[in-house]
Structures are given as C-alpha cells and as structure tokens.
Design a protein. Structure first.
Length: 311
C-alpha cells in the first residue's frame, strides 16, 4: 500500500459507514472561498486560502465520519506511517517523558491549578500533571481510549467533541491541545471555546505540524506531516495559528519547535521516508547492538508549539 493511501476495507475504517460524501468547506479562519490548490502532488486535496494563507483539506467527510476513525485500531495498527500509531499504549514511557518535559516548560508561565487536556488519549499527560499537583480533566473523541483512561486512572475524562461538553467556563488555569488542532473540523470554534473556558490570564498550549517549517519545505510531498486527509484536515504555520489565537483573544507568549521522545526503531522508520540508504545503514547498527527500544529525544523542527495567555 502506498504511503498516504488507505482503502475503505482497511480495519481503520471498520466503524465508518461511508466516506464517499466529501463536501467543500470555506476557510475556517476568515470564511473566504478564495482558494487555490496546495501541493496537489501529495493527493490529499489540500487548498490554501489566498486571503489568510491557512492550508486545509478542501473537501472532506462530515464530522461524524472523521471522528469514527479513532477506534482501537487507530491506536494500534501496521500503517502508522500513514495514520495513527503502531502501538500507542506500548509507547507509554516515551509519551510520558515528552509530556513531563513540556510541563516543566509550561510551569514558567502558569503554576499548578486547574487543567483541561483536549485530546487526552490514554491520560498519560493528565497523570504526569496530577503528580505535579494539577487538578486534571480530559476529553477525547475516541470512546475506546477514553474508557482506557477512565479505568486506568479514574480521572474525569469525557468522550466526544470539546464543543459538546459542559465544562465550567472561566475556571481553568491551563488548557492543552497536543497534536489535536489539525484533526478537528472547526479549529476556530475550538480555540474560541478554549478562550471561554480559561480564567482571565489563563494559558493555552498547543502543538501541531508546521507546514512552513524548513523540513516541510525541503522535503515537499514526502514530509511526514502530510498524513491521511481523513485524519489531518488542517495544516498550520506559525503565522496562521498565531493569527487564530490572537483573533480569539490571546497574547502569544512563546513560539518554538518541539521534539518528542521516540524509540530508535520509530526514528529510523521515519528517516527511511527521507533517506532510505542512511536509515538502512543505521538499522544495521540498531540490530547489531539491540537498540530498537532505546529512547531518544528527536526534534526535526517541524512541530510548532505555541503558548498563549488569555487577555
């Protein structure tokens, strides 16, 4: 199967009744329908708003069909180079190390208080935050992973879209959206809702692939940030994400490219997309010294993280 393609018979679509009814959408940021094709060679149907420069999937299924993707097979499958994870739960140690690092950075801007993690998945970030004194809640669209988080940790984790929840407004000190905003059908509404949930001076922190990053520009359609169009439906840059946050009432506090802890095996899998020969050579050393599960911090400078304060 070619990278970036997925048939309707693949297990990741087992809960989707149909994906054959895509519809055109206007720009989520400014409402414009003045659009042009963006990197059409990747076959994802991306367009760019000529007015505000936001990049997104121009035609897509309904929200219900988008969310149906996030079943159990999303978190464990053999096509993680295209969609989802090879084994999310098995990678718990690296995910926790990544989140613990991000929390330490965030506490320069906000002290432990009330935290909401949007797209909380298995609850590993919630648990790391709870250990540091945060009062935690989470929400995720995946019923499978929400059930896991509830049974494993017992935290208040809700299932469904953030917009459908009744979290109390004006009460949170920190709202996080790690690798979330690119998945949702209406990111502007999400960010505006986050504004309402935060107290005055509260902090929002996001991370998402950066379509204007040097790796994205150099590698073109091979960029690992381009994933299945039913999964990533928005592609932000520093400019477009900052603008959306500022329009929603936030002051940008910090912008940086962030890395994450991964196994050497995953790093080499991703490297093979860009340099098969180098990945093959390093794989020989990996096998020779049994380093497949060795953890390392990798920052390719193509994931942008923005921390912003509610005015």
């Amino acid at each position: 199967m070619a990278r970036g393609t997925l048939t309707k018979t693949h297990p990741l679509y087992e809960h989707v009744e149909t994906i054959a009814r895509p519809h055109a959408v206007p720009c989520n940021q400014c409402g414009s329908q003045n659009l042009r094709p963006y990197c059409p060679e990747n076959g994802l149907g991306l367009v760019q708003c000529i007015d505000c420069k936001l990049v997104f999937v121009g035609r897509r299924p309904e929200s219900r069909e988008l969310y149906a993707l996030y079943g159990e097979t999303y978190f464990q499958n053999n096509e993680s180079g295209t969609v989802g994870y090879s084994h999310y739960l098995k990678d718990e140690m690296n995910i926790r190390k990544t989140f613990a690092r991000r929390l330490r950075k965030l506490e320069k801007f906000v002290q432990p208080g009330k935290l909401l993690d949007v797209g909380c998945a298995a609850g590993f970030f919630l648990d790391e935050a709870h250990k540091l004194g945060w009062q935690v809640q989470g929400v995720d669209v995946s019923d499978y992973i929400v059930q896991y988080a509830r049974s494993r940790f017992g935290y208040d984790v809700r299932q469904g879209s953030l917009l459908a929840q009744d979290f109390p407004k004006g009460t949170y000190d920190l709202v996080t959206l790690w690798d979330v905003i690119e998945h949702v059908p209406d990111p502007k509404a999400y960010i505006e809702h986050v504004t309402a949930l935060l107290r005055s001076g509260g902090i929002v922190a996001l991370a998402t692939p950066d379509i204007d990053s040097i790796p994205a520009r150099l590698t073109g359609l091979r960029w690992v940030g381009y994933k299945l169009s039913e999964e990533h439906v928005y592609y932000f840059s520093q400019r477009t994400l900052s603008q959306m946050l500022e329009d929603a009432g936030f002051e940008i506090m910090r912008v940086r490219h962030v890395g994450k802890y991964v196994t050497l095996r995953l790093f080499l899998d991703r490297l093979s997309i860009y340099s098969p020969l180098l990945a093959k050579l390093l794989s020989q050393a990996e096998h020779a010294f049994n380093l497949s599960e060795r953890s390392l911090l990798v920052n390719p400078f193509d994931i942008i993280s923005i921390t912003a304060r509610k005015r």
